[in-house]
Design a protein. Structure first.
Length: 160
């Protein structure tokens, strides 16, 4: 599926998500990097040994979710926009998802935007909780959105 459409299957998405037990312990990175490419800034950005050392630059990243604290450093350093952080303990009804966002303008904190799935289809409205713009440091801005819990694995982006 990914090769033809660029969109991962639900099985591929499940394979990179942490266990429910790990999700319940707090923010954690999810790496959706499914193709072997010569790239490793996710590994070099992480100072918690959560991402296994690459033996070959073309390796797929392997994350130990138990070592990850969801700091998000890897999100801003990944050129493939392949990493998000999910905080499943955000509230009873919603999870907080931190995603890389490279479009202009950046959304306003507190605004309501359109939550989109991996195919760019509208799923539900989501609230922008935080915007971190480190473009001055040549890093990708990170936007935190509050997403209804049932769409945790579905919403992956947003539009305005
Ligand atoms: S979120 Fe932080 S701790 Fe987790 S893998 Fe990324 S850089 Fe490492
Ligand atoms: S930095 Fe991003 S694109 Fe590169 S290997 Fe890591 S997850 Fe994949």
């Amino acid at each position: 599926m990914l090769e033809g459409t660029g969109v991962p299957t639900s099985g591929q998405i499940d394979s990179v998500f942490p266990s429910d037990e790990r999700l319940s312990k707090g923010p954690v990175a999810i790496i959706e990097c499914y193709q072997n490419i010569p790239c490793n800034p996710c590994y070099t950005a992480c100072n918690r040994n959560a991402i296994k050392k690459f033996e070959d630059i073309n390796d797929l990243p392997e994350i130990n979710h138990d070592n990850c604290n969801g700091c998000g450093l890897c999100i801003a350093n990944c050129p493939g926009l392949a990493i998000m952080v999910v905080d499943a303990g955000y509230s009873e009804e919603e999870v907080l998802i931190k995603i890389p966002y490279e479009f202009i303008p950046l959304p306003e904190q507190g605004s309501i935007v359109k939550g989109l799935n991996r195919e760019g289809q509208y799923i539900c409205d989501v609230k922008v909780v935080k915007v971190i713009n480190s473009k001055a440091l040549d890093r990708t801005p990170i936007v935190s959105i509050a997403v209804p819990r049932e769409y945790m694995k579905v919403v992956r982006n947003f539009g305005m």
